[in-house]
Write a protein that binds this ligand. Structure first.
Ligand code: S3P
Length: 430
């Protein structure tokens, strides 16, 4: 596994774009395989997690043509029984959304993944899917998941956590259910599945935090999709630039779906000079350009809906907090404990090695900012977002920061180190 070394950098400057949105790239394959006709997807993310979904969709008999790294063309429909368990590797989205898509098929399947993915909770999807009549079993609440064909019926679900993966698994199952499927969520989780389903002709309506999907959808149109850049990848560059006075960075063609833009609100509340210009829409997804300039930051208290809209950005927000004057409190974020790793424990453990004053709370953390950091050896724990947030911290730590097990960064952001280097950072991989 590679080590990424980052040196203290005075400022970042330049104009970049980031790879395609991971959530939308997974969905493009999974919804496209259910559609009738030829799908065309451009700007697709070629990263570890989405390549796992590509492998699984191919194993289900879909002949996906990669015209180049980021352009896909494939015919939907005609799924067939896979010859072996489908390997979702590290990708929770792949496993949970495929489970929803497969419970209504006429053949059995098994979903499995890496030891990391096997540790993550799956009862949150198997329970609701069983309530729709699905025959799906988990292994002590975790993967592997075993699916047998069964007739599905509609159901009204009330979720206890705002989770796009759970909501999406239910909606994908609902496509094959007799009777309507309704999902009530406690907060605004990302809505890419709903946006995409509406774009391909599903009878789906959204009313605040409730989604209604009509009974069995007869035919879905194929996708014609341009995937925007991933705001969750852009977030690492945004925080890095925000923390380094003198920085001036423009990020083009970034997805600006309001269920994903919590990071922009957090940075603005911390006093950062961040601006977004919405330029266009692709397949119902807004996108545009971001510009950020470095400067002084102040601590903030974060909770409520903002947490859901910035859930994947909270690790790197902890880094911004370390550079801000005063205290930052992150609350109602217990979901962080069931991501690729326990992101509350691991963020606290690794940032402390660099000198950050951070205390772990059951549902979040408190960071006392403004203390100088000192580079040392730190570890990603195999989690791409932990690897990248440590690299961002390394940009303002004294000396060199060595991020061990950095290969996992390519699970979501291939070219991360090259992107930082293009903006003037001193980074090297060994
Ligand atoms: C995702 C939903 C979120 C997010 C994950 C991707 C998705 O997870 O953390 O990185 O693509 O639907 P939850 O739905 O579990 O909150």
């Amino acid at each position: 596994m590679s080590t990424l070394t980052v040196s203290r950098t005075p400022a970042l400057r330049g104009r970049i774009s980031v790879p395609g949105d991971k959530s939308i790239s997974h969905r493009a394959l999974i919804l496209g395989m259910l559609a009738a006709g030829e799908n065309r997807v451009r700007g697709w993310l070629p990263a570890g997690d989405t390549l796992a979904t590509l492998g699984a969709v191919r194993a289900l008999g879909i002949d996906v043509l990669r015209e180049n790294e980021t352009s896909l063309r494939f015919q939907g429909g005609g799924l067939r029984e896979p010859a072996a368990p489908l390997d979702c590797v590290n990708a929770g989205t792949c496993m949970r959304l495929l489970a929803g898509a497969l419970v209504g098929q006429t053949f059995p399947s098994v979903l499995d993944g890496s030891p990391q993915l096997r540790r993550r909770p799956m009862a949150r999807i198997t329970g609701p899917l069983r309530a729709m009549g699905a025959s799906i079993s988990d292994t002590d609440g975790r993967a592997p998941l075993h699916i047998e064909p069964a007739p599905l019926h509609g159901h009204e679900h009330t979720l206890s956590v705002a989770s796009a993966q759970v909501k999406s698994a239910i909606l994908l199952a609902g496509l094959h259910a007799e009777g309507a499927t309704v999902v009530h969520e406690p907060g605004p989780s990302r809505n890419h599945t709903e946006v995409m389903l509406q774009a391909i002709g599903a009878d789906l309506k959204v009313d605040k935090h409730t989604v209604h999907l009509a009974a069995a959808q007869p035919r879905l149109e194929p996708l014609e999709l341009d995937v925007p850049g991933d705001i969750s990848s852009a977030a690492f560059v945004l925080v890095a630039a925000a923390c380094l006075p003198g920085s001036d960075v423009v990020i083009e063609h970034v997805g600006l779906n309001p269920t994903r833009t919590g990071i922009l609100e957090v940075l603005a509340r911390m006093g950062s000079d961040v601006a977004s210009t919405e330029r266009e829409e692709s397949g119902g997804e807004p996108l545009g350009t971001l510009r950020i300039r470095g400067g002084d930051l102040r601590g903030v208290s974060l909770g409520g809906d903002l947490i859901v809209r910035a859930i994947d950005e909270l690790p790197v927000i902890a880094v911004a907090a370390a550079q801000a004057a005063g205290e930052t409190r992150i609350t109602v974020a217990a979901e962080l404990r069931v991501k690729e790793v326990d992101r509350i424990a691991v963020v606290a453990q690794e940032l402390r090695k660099l000198g950050v004053q951070v205390s772990e709370q059951p549902d979040g953390m408190v960071v006392e900012g403004g203390h100088p950091l000192k580079g040392t050896a730190v570890d990603s724990h195999g989690d791409h977002r932990i690897g990248m947030m440590l690299a961002v911290a390394g940009l303002f730590a004294e000396g060199e920061t060595h991020i061990q097990n950095a290969g996992c960064i390519a699970d979501s952001f291939p070219g991360f180190a090259a992107t930082l280097a293009a903006l003037g950072a001193e980074v090297r991989t060994a």
